[in-house]
Design a protein around this ligand. Sequence first.
Ligand code: RET
Length: 279
Amino acid sequence: MKILGNATFENYVGLEQGFSEMGYQMVAHVLTLGYAVMLASLFYFILTMKTVSPKYRISSVLSVVVMVSAFLLLYVQAQNWTSSFVFDAEKGRYFLGDDADLFNNGYRYLNWLIDVPMLLFQILFVVSLTRSKFSSIRNQFWFSGSAMIITGYIGQYFEVTNFGWYAFWGALSTIFFIHILILMRRVISEGKEGIPADAQRTLGTIWILFLVAWMLYPGAYLMPHLGGIGPDGILFGEAGVVGRQITYTIADVASKVIYGVLLTIVARSRSKEEGYQEN
Ligand code: RET
């Protein structure tokens, strides 16, 4: 009898039902896609840095920081998957290996601890705030961003073993998330004032992207219980495991890469208007 304790639901599924070839490979591939995109985009942010005027370049620098940290942590996350589950040729499925590591999404959470404040600061270097104070927004972003991730990190340990704690930490994290959404809305609406029309439209797109992409993370947190609460729910199985990793990858590409590209576009439009010429 194996006891998994606070392990996340991927391990419980891998112990009892195991994963089909398709499910196992889809996760391995989507995790690999994740870190490959981060490395490729790293080059984009370096190579486009000079297309914006020097005062906006910090935004690209922050994207570079985000790409490097995400690349490394997603790489480790992908290795964690392949070292946790082992093919059983008699059953034709992948199961939690006897002496294997347990799988845990904690690498991601710690990656967000770096990336969330960076992504939030990043926009402050591209827009000009008209009423709010830069340092006040920056500090609130930093505080609520870190608190949101740390509380969620604690909560995810209880997703199988203690639903009450899992819901409690998740709810606490959501309060910080709402604070971030309110701040971001304010930053974007102030940022739209007095900038070229195309840059205003791009900022509008950034707000929608931000809302959708960032909401995917709490969706992934809730994933095992979205199809019915507890181990009998339909997503407490292979579909939920695969669904969660796909959700994370889409969210990561949207919130880090596409967001960074859109901010570069806003910065380029503002640079042009201010007379900056790339040489
Ligand atoms: C958690 C816990 C459950 C409640 C909420 C959460 C929100 C997480 C978010 C994460 C964003 C991460 C990003 C990473 C980019 O690198 C922690 C899952 C609300 C919004 C943007």
